[in-house]
Design a protein. Structure first.
Length: 80
C-alpha cells in the first residue's frame, strides 16, 4: 500500500515460478530482453523486474501465451 510503489510483487511463489519459466523459455528460443532480474524474497514477497522482450518469431511461447506477469513482448513489423 506504499504510495511510492510502481510495481508490486506477484502473489504466490507458484506464479513467480511460472513467470520465470516463461523468461527461461524466451531466452532459450532466442528472444532478446532487457535486463531480467528475479528476486525471490522467501516469506516476504515475489518480485520480477519487468523485462521487455524483442523477437521476430510470432510462434514463441512468450508471444503466444498469456503470462499473467510483468512481461512485455514486441515483434517488429514492416508497415508497407
Amino acid at each position: 500500500m506504499d504510495p511510492q510503489t510502481h510495481m508490486g510483487p506477484l502473489v504466490y511463489k507458484e506464479q513467480l515460478d511460472r513467470v520465470c519459466g516463461f523468461l527461461e523459455s524466451g531466452a532459450k528460443e532466442g528472444a532478446r530482453a532487457t535486463a531480467v532480474r528475479k528476486d525471490r524474497l522467501e516469506g516476504k514477497a515475489y518480485f520480477v523486474n519487468p523485462p521487455f522482450w524483442w523477437t521476430r518469431k510470432p510462434d514463441m511461447k512468450v508471444v503466444k501465451e498469456e503470462i499473467f506477469g510483468p512481461v512485455v513482448t514486441a515483434i517488429p513489423f514492416d508497415g508497407h
